[in-house]
Design a protein. Structure first.
Length: 40
């Protein structure tokens, strides 16, 4: 299992980083939109 994860990470490279950045952006948008009604 650990070896498979290491293999996937080593093969994916920048694509994995881009996916993580996209996921973080979606989380920020979600949290921001949930807090927006309290600011209005």
């Amino acid at each position: 299992m650990v070896q498979q994860v290491k293999t996937v990470v080593s093969r994916s490279g920048m694509e994995l980083v881009q996916d993580l950045v996209g996921a973080v952006a979606l989380i920020v948008i979600l949290v921001g939109s949930l807090h927006l009604p309290g600011l209005v």
